[in-house]
Ligand binder design. Sequence first.
Ligand code: AMP
Ligand code: ZN
Length: 462
Amino acid sequence: MKLYNTRSRTKEEFVPLQEDQLRLYACGPTVYNYFHIGNARAFLFFDVVRRYFEYIGYKVTYVQNITDIDDKIIEQATEENQDFQEVAQKYAAAFLEDCAHLGIGAPTHQPRATQVMPEIIALIKKLVDTNHAYEVDGDVYFATTSLPEYGQLSGKKIDEQKTGARVAENMSKRHPADFTLWKASKPNEPFWSSPWGDGRPGWHTECVVMSQNYLGESFDIHGGGIDLVFPHHENENAQAMALSGKPLARYWMHNGFLNIDGEKMSKSLKNFFTARDILDEYDAEAIRFFFLSKHYRSPIDFTRELIVESDKAVDNFYKALEAFELDSLNVKEIRCPECLRLEEDFRSCMDDDFNTARAIAILFDLTRLAKNSESSAENRLDAARMLLKLGKVLGFFQHPETRLSKQMPDLSKALIELMLSYRTQARAEKNWAKSDQIRDDLKALGIEIKDGPTGSTWDQRN
Ligand code: AMP
Ligand code: ZN
C-alpha cells in the first residue's frame, strides 16, 4: 500500500510498526460549537482509513481526541453564561451524536484533554528538565532552537518563521517560533495546579499525551486536515522528537479542504454550514458519497447540487440491491470471476493512497453488473453482494435494511400521505393539539415529518 506522507512529500510504501496492526491517531474537535461540514470531511475520511485497514485484515487501534479545554471554549462559556465544562460537555455530546448520524464509527479510544492533566504536566516537566522547554512568569514554552529537526514535518525553516512572526513577537519568548506548552491562567479562568503555578495546557501537548497514552511513543499514522500541518502537527512532533528522538508518527496524512466559493470553510470566516444542519437536509450517505467521490487530498467545493447528485448516486446503489433478498446479499462467498476481479481493482485503488474516487467508480461497475439483465441470475446476485461488501468498506450500507425497507408497499405510502393531509387540515384550523398528535403518532411508528415553507414531507428514520 502506498500513502502520501506529508513528512516526505511523496507517496511511500506503508510498513506498519507491527505486522497486521495499525496504530492510528486523528485530531478530533475542540468542542466549543457544533462542527461544520468541512470538519466532517476530516472525521469521515479517517473513519474510512480505519475501515479499509480492518477490511484488509489489520487490527486497528484508532484514537481520536476531544479538546475540552481551550480559549475558545472559555469565550463561548462567557457568551452562553455557563461554566466551561457545561459548554464542552454539551458540544462534545453533539459531536458524538452528529458523527453517529454521519455513520462514523466510534474510535477505539476517545480521550478528553481534561482527563489527562497529570500526564500532560509530567510531559512538560520532562521537556523542562531536558532543556527543551523553559518557564517565563508561569508560562512554559518549547525551545524550538533546542531541536535541530524542528520544521522537518512542515518543511518550514525556523528563520523563515522568525521574519513572519516578528510582528506578533512575544517578548518573553526566546525565539518567535517557540510555542506554549503551559499557559498561566488569568483571574476567573479555569486552571490546574502545576509546578509553574495555576494554568492550563497548550493544545499541541494535549494531542501528544492523548496519542502516546494509547499508541506508544511512536505510532503508524497521524491524521488531520491540511491546516493542522503547521503549527499543530509540527509542534506535536517536536515534543515527541525532543522526548524520545523518534517522530510521533511515521506517516502523516492530511485531507484537503472543503471550500465554499473557493475559500476554506471555517468558523472564523463565518462561511460554514454545521454538519447538523446539512444532515437535516440531506441523507448521511449522500454526504459520505459527496466527499469520497473526490480524492481526499484534493480540495472540494461545497455545492448543494453536488450533494443532490450524490444522493441520486447512492439511490442507484440501493436500487441495484433492492432486487435481492437482504439475507441472500449477506452471504460471504462470492464466486463470479468478474466480481472478484473488481474487488482486486477496488483494493488497488484504495492501496494507491486511498483513491476513493476510483474505488467508487468500481461500485458503479458492480451496480451495472447487478442490474444487467443479460447476466446470469447468479452473477447478478454476486455483483450485488460485492457491491454491499465493498460499499461497507467505504462506510455505506451500514443499515441497508432500513433504507431497503423504505421501498414499502404503495398502500403504506398512501396511508402516510393521507395522515399528512389530515395534519395539514388540522394546522389550517389551528388545531395544534391534533396536528402534534398526528406527528407524534407517526414518529412512534418511525415516520418523521418535516415542515417546510412549501408544505410537509415525511421520511422514515433509520
Ligand atoms: P478543528 O476543530 O478546527 O480543529 O478541526 C477539526 C478537523 O477538521 C481538523 O482535522 C481540521 O484540519 C479539519 N478541518 C477544518 N476545516 C476544514 C475544512 N474546511 N475542510 C476540511 N477539513 C477541515
Ligand atoms: Zn491534534
